[in-house]
Ligand binder design. Structure first.
Ligand SMILES: *Cc1c(COP(=O)(O)O)cnc(C)c1O
Length: 271
């Protein structure tokens, strides 16, 4: 934006923004109407916002372009798994904005990348700008992105094979079974308890998913020391501390990692 010389004009207020706020702010110097998804925080209570479709309409009527920054790059609807409120890329596109921007690595589950989809004219204009070369993707990123996107041809396959989607949609009974196996490995210093997972990755703020946690409570080690020993291990294990206990979320430990994690926990406990 700095390079383009554009001036950013805020419209509306923190909690409430209406279509008239956009209409009132547009002048004959307006080139772009931008909507940015809130991604990693919530505004609740007395709130209002304008759908992308209406913003696109104002832009079109006034000869400006429109852009919707979606953030997480969600390609499949996760509401059947209790995760709602995050716009999908498809919803962004059908809103009629000229372009949508989103991340390749958050909920899409691919490599770190910024992705722009839109009308032929909008994409051609972006391509033509010298900045396009500076942010040009390398072959490794493209190969990794392709390998991820290929899985989406079959949404069910994407759901089970893309780690982030698999973790978000896994059956809680399955998580419990894995947690129980982990508890058995680790033994008496650990207890399997019901808990909650947060989504993270700058998406679904406030959403809680039921999960099973391995809570580790050694007599001889303070939680922060144990957590540090886990981080310093080989491989490093990142745990969190809740209610003065070190907890590992079984949702985020895959079957082929169980033994490694169990061994690391025992090593940290016995150190
Ligand atoms: C995460 C995010 C970005 C940046 O995405 P990258 O992962 O850095 O490509 C941009 N806009 C919004 C709204 C985001 O949530």
């Amino acid at each position: 934006m700095a390079r383009s010389g554009a001036t950013l004009v805020e419209v509306g207020t923190t909690n409430r923004t209406h279509l008239t706020d956009y209409e009132g702010a547009v002048t004959d110097r307006t080139r772009l109407l931008l909507k940015v998804h809130r991604s990693n925080f919530q505004v609740t209570g007395f709130t209002a916002e304008v759908p992308a479709q209406e913003i696109a309409g104002v832009a079109r009527a006034r000869g400006a372009a429109s852009l919707y920054d979606l953030g997480s790059g969600l390609l499949v609807d996760l509401s059947p798994w209790g995760l709602a409120g995050e716009p999908t890329v498809g919803e962004g596109l059908v809103s009629g904005v000229d372009a949508v921007a989103f991340s390749g690595d958050k909920l899409l589950g691919g490599p770190q990348a910024g992705i722009l989809l839109g009308t032929r004219d909008a994409i051609a204009a972006c391509r033509k700008d010298p900045l396009a070369r500076a942010v040009r993707s390398d072959k490794f990123t493209l190969a990794a992105l392709e390998a991820t996107l290929v899985l989406y041809r079959d949404p069910e396959r994407a759901r089970v094979e893309i780690p982030v989607l698999r973790m978000l949609t896994e059956d809680v009974a399955e998580i419990r079974r894995r947690g129980a196996a982990l508890q058995k490995y680790v033994g008496k210093d650990a207890e399997l308890t019901e808990g909650e997972s947060e989504v993270g990755g700058g998406s679904f703020p406030g959403a809680k998913l039921k999960t099973w946690l391995l809570a580790i409570h050694p007599q001889h080690l303070a939680p922060n020391i144990l957590a540090e020993q886990l981080r310093r291990g080989q491989p490093p294990i990142i745990a969190r501390i809740a209610d003065d206990r070190v907890v590992l979320d079984a949702r985020t430990i895959f079957p082929d990692e169980l033994e490694t994690v169990a061994r690391a926990v025992r090593a940290a406990l016995d150190a």
